[in-house]
Design a protein. Structure first.
Length: 67
């Protein structure tokens, strides 16, 4: 019996992650740590989190389909 090895998933680009974050969390301007509680922590609605996760999932599906 041979073991099948999965191809590791490619990490999403920083630009894609920032695009999803800024679209769904309007107070976010960067995903870089800014060493400021006011800039690094955000109050977000659960539906915005869900929408961002759905967008990230869709991006992953689209990336996998391109392979």
């Amino acid at each position: 019996m041979t073991a099948k090895t999965a191809t590791p998933a490619k990490a999403p680009s920083d630009a894609l992650l920032l695009e999803i974050a800024t679209k769904h969390f309007h107070s976010i301007e960067t995903l870089e740590t800014q060493n400021s509680d006011r800039l690094d922590f955000h109050d977000v609605a659960v539906w915005a989190i869900r929408a961002a996760l759905e967008a990230a999932y869709a991006a992953g599906v689209a990336a996998a389909a391109k392979r």
